[in-house]
Write a protein that binds this ligand. Structure first.
Ligand SMILES: *Cc1c(COP(=O)(O)O)cnc(C)c1O
Length: 336
């Protein structure tokens, strides 16, 4: 049995999702003529209360497009030091938008309103202009933790007072929504733009969406084209996205339950110093100082368990659509 816990991106389309893809009605999306892409963009935008959406190949692309539309060269983006936009997008903030970052140290990747208030640069030509605040929810590097909506609303207030837009990297926003039982509309209200991923917990083979006002998405569409992200019969992929939004959001709670169990199993092991609180579908184990994560991951692999090294002594496990109760029992047996 293959215990795939490296990432929730390893999922394969289910037979029903493939069926939806096969039967999609498609057209040329660069000509704005693919009805299934339009339907997906409309569906996601409406779900979060936005005017428009833009279907893209990856979450890196949706984040980088959003940053590019929001900022100008020499500006800065305020974000946590653990942010995906900073750590895992190939230096794109600098390379694509010629902007810098104002990195803050949050709590497992989560910032507070007062931290952001202090970080915003005064209006003085010595400083870069603080042009965008970007949050991540759930936080990947923080072990899948999520924000309290109240904190986000306070952050939004700081942004409004300073006339700075607020972006969300919501690659795993559905994990946060399922965990908190909050309405997506409340999130759409506070973020000026939002990136959501369909290829993580929702289980599509590819795809992310950028959401915002019609004016914002019109600009975003131009940037996507400039980056080479215009695509043709993307409706086959969009059909997977529509299927996932209809069928794969509520079940995320199963992933959260299984992740909790993995945390409980790992916690018993002598080589594990600490398990980060398991809030959603990500488990981070901090190993004994004498054990390197890379060595440990190799040992797990020999048992048939795939996990990711996530720092010198940190190992990450991520549950998902293709990790079942059967897999979980096998995991328990192997770790005994
Ligand atoms: C996966 C992920 C993204 C997007 O990654 P892509 O591989 O480019 O789709 C963005 N933000 C976070 C937090 C992620 O985990």
């Amino acid at each position: 049995m293959n215990l795939e816990l490296r990432s929730d991106t390893f999922t394969k389309p289910t037979p029903a999702m493939l069926e939806a893809m096969f039967s999609a009605v498609v057209g040329d999306d660069v000509f704005d003529d693919d009805p299934t892409v339009k339907a997906l963009e409309h569906k996601a935008a409406t779900m979060f209360g936005y005017e428009a959406g833009l279907f893209c190949a990856s979450g890196t692309m949706t984040n980088q497009i959003a940053i590019n539309v929001h900022v100008r060269q020499g500006d800065e983006v305020i974000c946590d030091a653990l942010s995906h936009i900073y750590l895992y997008e190939g230096g794109g903030i600098a390379a694509n938008s010629m902007a810098s970052v104002n990195l803050l140290q949050g709590n497992r990747g989560r910032l507070t309103a007062s931290q952001i208030r202090e970080a915003i640069q005064p209006d003085n030509f010595h400083h870069p202009i603080s042009r965008l605040v970007s949050l991540e929810n759930t936080v990947n590097k923080g072990g899948g933790c999520y924000y309290e909506l109240d904190e986000i609303q306070q952050i939004k207030q700081v942004c409004i007072e300073n006339n700075i837009p607020l972006h969300l990297d919501g690659a795993r926003i559905f994990n946060a929504l399922v965990a908190t039982q909050e309405s997506p509309l409340l999130y759409g209200k506070v973020f000026d733009s939002m990136s959501i991923c369909l290829s993580k917990g929702l289980g599509t083979p590819i795809g992310s969406l950028l959401l915002g006002t019609s004016t914002f998405i019109k600009q975003a569409r131009r940037v996507r084209k400039r980056l080479g992200g215009g695509w043709r019969q993307a409706g086959y992929l969009a059909a997977a996205g529509i299927y996932a939004l209809d069928n794969h959001t509520d079940r995320l709670k199963e992933d959260h339950t299984r992740a909790k169990t993995i945390g409980e199993i790992m916690e018993q092991l002598p080589e594990v110093e600490e398990i980060y609180p398991v809030d959603t579908n990500i488990v981070i184990a901090r190993l004994n100082e004498s054990i390197l994560a890379s060595d440990y991951v190799q040992q797990l692999l020999e048992k048939g368990i795939k996990a990711s090294p996530f720092g010198k002594h940190l190992v990450r496990f991520v549950t998902h659509l293709d990790f079942t109760d059967e897999h979980l029992e096998e995991f328990r047996k192997l770790m005994r």
